[in-house]
Ligand binder design. Structure first.
Ligand SMILES: *Cc1c(COP(=O)(O)O)cnc(C)c1O
Length: 365
């Protein structure tokens, strides 16, 4: 058996090679490379999949977050309530539009924002709550939505890790005002480069997002807003059209592997992630909690089991954030999780032989 990889896209490529190469060649021959018919088709298909009125593609998940904040007029002097346990770009987007992130601690079992701690942190300056469905596990979006209604706040969902995850009949991304997705290659729905999208049921917000992604205008040479160059290209769109057809199957493979891990990893030193049947968790990551992490990761390395640390420190401890927000908070659960989290390989094509070896190795620790 070859060395196990933390994430391996080459296996998926092998199974899709014929169709992808045909479709990409057709784009190359067409001469229409950016925001053409394939982008329109993908936006239509993805709206149908998510049951949402408008899908607006853009250049990346980070841009989707920036566009969402701009669409909702969030900027200088505004506060955005969010989680410190996320990829840096969630916080970067808030800071880039000039707003201030207000960090709330996370729940120790789901790693998601602890909704019960939000209300006391709402001030006159609060404009929005930006939650992250971390590792593909939906946060308590319905509860947060009620809070947003009560305090007249906007709600943005960072769904970069949760394409296909749902709460009841609602897909993540369709509960708040705007949902933001990333199609970075390693995400649950990934393209062959950078790509992103925001979704909303609000036609006016969608229109504004369409303007912002293309230099502030929809008509050629008419610029109503100062926007961005953040368009999706046709090659990414054809890849996404094909992968969207498979996304449920791919997510179900991840869920199947996660269930194997949960059932079979039995070691007093290791805590496996918790989940309930009330939400559809699509396991972008499978993240263990272990007390002496260095000792454990050394053991994994010695046994050729790859791992990832998502995330080694809370966003408020990043140097770039500390420069802007001087008195950073101290959030106990987040800091403990950052010290103890270890993500093990999970991707749809991980073989039974491979995950069985991972399970045995962890159980022998
Ligand atoms: C990946 C990711 C992003 C950013 O997406 P890009 O497409 O890489 O810009 C934002 N938020 C979270 C939680 C992510 O995991």
């Amino acid at each position: 058996m070859n060395k196990i990889k933390l994430f391996d896209l080459s296996r998926q490529y092998k199974s899709l090679r014929v169709v992808l190469e045909r479709k990409v060649s057709r784009v190359l021959a067409s001469g229409q490379y950016i925001m053409g018919q394939n982008v329109k088709t993908f936006e239509k298909n993805v709206s149908k999949y998510l049951s949402v009125k408008n899908s607006v593609t853009c250049n990346s998940g980070t841009d989707a977050l920036i566009l969402a904040l701009r669409c909702l007029d969030i900027g200088q002097g505004d506060e955005v309530i969010t989680t410190p346990f996320t990829y840096f770009s969630t916080i970067e987007a808030i800071l880039l539009v000039g707003a201030k992130p207000i960090f709330i601690d996370i729940d120790s079992t789901t790693f998601n924002i602890d909704h019960s701690q939000i209300e006391t942190r709402i001030t006159k300056k609060t404009k929005a709550i930006l939650g992250v469905h971390i590792f593909g596990h939906p946060y308590e979006a319905e509860k947060i939505k009620r809070l947003c209604k009560k305090h007249k706040l906007k709600m943005i969902e960072d769904c970069a890790q949760s394409f296909g995850a749902s709460i009841g009949k609602k897909q993540t991304g369709t509960i708040g005002d705007i949902g933001c997705f990333s199609f970075f290659p390693t995400k649950n729905l990934g393209c062959a480069g950078d790509g992103g999208m925001l979704v909303t049921d609000n036609d006016q917000l969608a229109r504004k997002a369409r303007m912002l992604r293309n230099h502030g205008g929809i008509e050629r040479n008419e610029h109503n807003l100062v926007g961005y160059n953040s368009r999706l290209d046709e090659i990414q769109a054809v890849v996404l059209i094909e992968k969207l057809k498979l996304v449920d199957k791919l997510n179900n493979s991840r869920i199947r592997i996660a269930k194997e891990y949960s059932k079979s990893i039995v070691n007093k030193k290791i805590i496996t992630p918790s989940y309930t049947n009330e939400v559809k968790h699509i396991f972008h990551q499978f993240t263990l909690i272990v007390d002496n992490r260095t000792r454990f990761t050394n053991y994994l390395t010695k046994n050729d089991i790859p791992f990832g640390i998502y995330y080694p420190k809370p966003a408020y401890m990043q140097p770039a954030v500390k420069k802007i927000i001087r008195n950073s908070p101290k959030l106990k659960v987040t800091e403990a999780v950052c010290k103890k989290c270890v993500s093990i390989p999970i991707f749809p094509e991980l073989s039974k032989k491979e995950y069985d070896l991972i399970i045995d190795t962890i159980n022998d620790y």
